[in-house]
Design a protein around this ligand. Sequence first.
Ligand code: NAD
Length: 264
Amino acid sequence: GSGLMAGKRGLIMGIANNRSIAWGIAKSCVAQGAELALTYQGDAFKKRVSPLAEELGAHLAGHCDVTDMDTLDAVFDGLKERWGKIDFVVHAIAFSDKDELDGRYVDTTRDNFLRTMDISAYSLTAVAKRAEPLMTDGGSILTLTYYGAEKVMPHYNVMGVAKAALEASVRYLAVDLGGKGIRVNAISAGPIKTLAASGIGDFRYILKWNEYNAPLKRTVSIDEVGDSGLYLLSDLSRGVTGEIHHVDSGYHVVGMKSVDAPDI
Ligand code: NAD
């Protein structure tokens, strides 16, 4: 085949439905000739992900719950058997108790702090560890983060703390795996209405705020994140690792609300 991703095979983790950011990335990769394997979280998501996999001619790599290392091992063992090696992995996974994505960070419970860190931060390292031996010709690992890692955003709370740990993990993994030609980067996406985002308090207000105050005066789509993901997964970005790349209509450069922004 032809395209930027021709001859490349990769695993995409974190498609819940056709509004998922991982779905936007999957579409961009296949449009450029990539061959994909997709994981899903449990039977409920399998029903949604199966037709999407079919649409892209992707292989279903099975159930994966990142709190269960046996399911992760099974997915990577399966890929080793099927393909022998892989070229890229997309990690688009996060979770926190909805009750704590509202109100004050200081009220976070220990249980939910640990679960949020485990699923949203540690899992990238667990994935990278299993991807490394399969990336025999080098590779690219991509995760998804949010500005709430850098600055306090309303209601993001413990997820912001987990994303800060995730971003630091990107840098440490980039150093650990760089000698093998494996690159590790993140996209810091602007707010997008997805299943995961629906758990965040006042999310509509956050979308509006971004639309009025980002330099591009609009929010971003999963297709735009997909195309930026394509750059980081392809050889176009072969000189880039350890990077947190903002795909947020430029919101992160703004220091103050626009003077002409309407009231929300
Ligand atoms: P989504 O709900 O479509 O995807 C989240 C995925 O995480 C789901 O597929 C779910 O199955 C998976 N997941 C949750 N817990 C898991 C577990 N224990 N094991 C395996 N998978 C698990 O939402 P999304 O917005 O596309 O989220 C993808 C990534 O993008 C997340 O890391 C999220 O934090 C990040 N992100 C989202 C936004 C946004 O505004 N939507 C902005 C910046 C970053």
